[in-house]
Design a protein around this ligand. Structure first.
Ligand code: NAD
Length: 395
């Protein structure tokens, strides 16, 4: 294996100045914001649900450039408890009713939106009005109009909008991107992505995901979006057409409003075909496979919080699976956001990336509603910055 380049090498090789300039074209350069006392970038977490409590707040203890400075929640008691546990003062606790007060809080530079999908747009736009940068969870929103309004609000405020696509910053995913770019197994011919799990309607965290209004599109936006996004970042190319089919048992109380099993096929100008699948009624799976002329790269799991593994199959022989480098994916992603805000890293997953996935998910649902009719998707979107060129592969 060739020695992995350091982040410094990669950024230099990609020409970070050029990358920053490209990003600046897509999003206006952020205005300078007052730095907190330490040189860490201050993050406010909005929404204290499962992801925030079990992953993000713990990850903020491992970050190099980001730190937790405030929490926003509709449950004052829970918020006060979380704040106390994390050494935050009482005035670092906000409710949704006094959220606008963050404008006057110089400790907060980045607002991280970790709410049900339908609430992303409202809280993102409010944060921009308060002069903050925003890191927003996936899927970006529940409608294309909301996603566009979020991008417009970032531009108007001259602030950064990053979508929390942790796989863009994860070493094993980056390794696969680089292997495919280098054609080490020949040209890639086909990508397969399988992203789903069992949804549990008795868990409040899943109840809103099965609700069409709050989730936008059920399993597709929750799990399938990883496959939509992966096909695009693995190939560094955009689909020109999609066909999709859905299989939903409406007698299953979970699927009164949203689709269950969806399979889609993206076609790319290069001739590559990407098959994707998602479901809220199959065993937890987050896997992808890239089939190349001379071998296969199988990442299974590819996008769990930990325990991801890559198997290289060459000449019909599977090499022993290689575990993904250790490290906290959420800490890496938040550190990247902090570096973007400080002008030390290019924006890799901007609002435009989230919007492209939203458009593709809408095209998938449109095709599925027409029993697999072809929907054209070549809208001319091109990724501004290839993660494989700028994001370090080291944990
Ligand atoms: P969750 O249900 O556990 O937490 C959501 C929080 O929002 C809760 O604290 C809840 O009280 C609050 N909330 C405020 N208004 C609400 C309303 N009207 N209805 C329901 N809850 C409301 O969800 P989660 O798993 O933490 O997911 C939050 C976001 O993070 C989602 O957008 C999800 O897609 C995303 N997510 C991303 C990843 C990832 O790996 N990047 C993983 C999990 C979740």
């Amino acid at each position: 294996m060739p020695k992995r380049p350091s982040r410094r090498d990669l950024i230099a090789a990609a020409g970070v100045t050029a990358a920053l300039a490209t990003t600046a074209k897509a999003q206006p350069k952020a205005k300078e914001t007052a730095m907190p006392a330490s040189d860490h970038v201050g993050f406010a977490i909005v929404g204290l649900g499962k992801l925030s409590l079990t992953q993000l707040i713990p990850a903020l203890k491992k970050t190099k450039s980001a730190k937790l400075v405030a929490v926003v929640s509709g449950h004052p008691e829970k918020a006060r408890k979380v704040a106390a546990e994390n050494g935050l003062p009482a005035d670092a606790v906000y409710g949704y009713d006094d959220y606008d007060r963050i404008a006057k809080d110089p400790r907060i530079q980045v607002v991280y939106i970790v709410l049900p999908n339908a609430l992303h747009a409202e809280h993102t736009i409010k944060a921009f009005k308060a002069g903050k940068h925003v890191l927003c969870e996936k899927p970006m929103a529940t409608t294309i109009a909301d996603a566009e309004a979020m991008i417009a609000a970032a531009k108007a405020a001259q602030r950064q909008l990053m979508i929390a696509y942790r796989c863009h910053y994860e070493p094993m995913n980056l390794d696969v991107m680089r292997r495919l770019r280098s054609q080490s197994l020949g040209k890639v011919r086909q990508i397969n992505t399988t992203m789903g799990r069992q949804a549990d309607p008795s868990d409040p965290s899943d109840a809103w995901r099965l609700d069409l209004k709050l989730s936008g599109n059920g399993a597709l936006g929750d799990m399938g979006v990883y496959g939509v996004s992966a096909a695009r970042y693995l190939l560094n190319e955009e689909p020109i057409a999609v066909q999709a089919w859905a299989q939903t048992d409406r007698s299953d109380p979970r699927f009164k409003e949203t689709e269950d099993l969806i399979n889609w096929q993206f076609r790319f100008l290069s001739g590559v075909i990407a098959n994707g699948s998602t479901s809220f009624n199959y065993a937890a799976t987050m896997a992808f496979e890239a089939i190349c002329e001379q071998g296969r790269l199988v990442a299974d799991p590819a996008a769990f919080y930990g325990g991801n593994r890559l198997t290289v199959v060459e000449g019909g022989q599977a090499q022993p699976p290689v575990p993904a480098p250790a490290g906290d994916q959420f800490a890496r992603e938040m550190d990247w956001m902090a570096d973007v805000v400080r002008g030390k890293a290019p924006m890799v997953s901007p609002g435009e990336e989230g919007l492209q996935d939203m458009r593709l998910m809408e095209a998938i649902l449109e095709s599925a509603a027409k029993d697999g009719a072809t929907v054209k998707t070549d809208w001319g979107y091109r990724r501004a910055v290839d993660p494989a060129k700028v994001v370090d592969a080291k944990a």
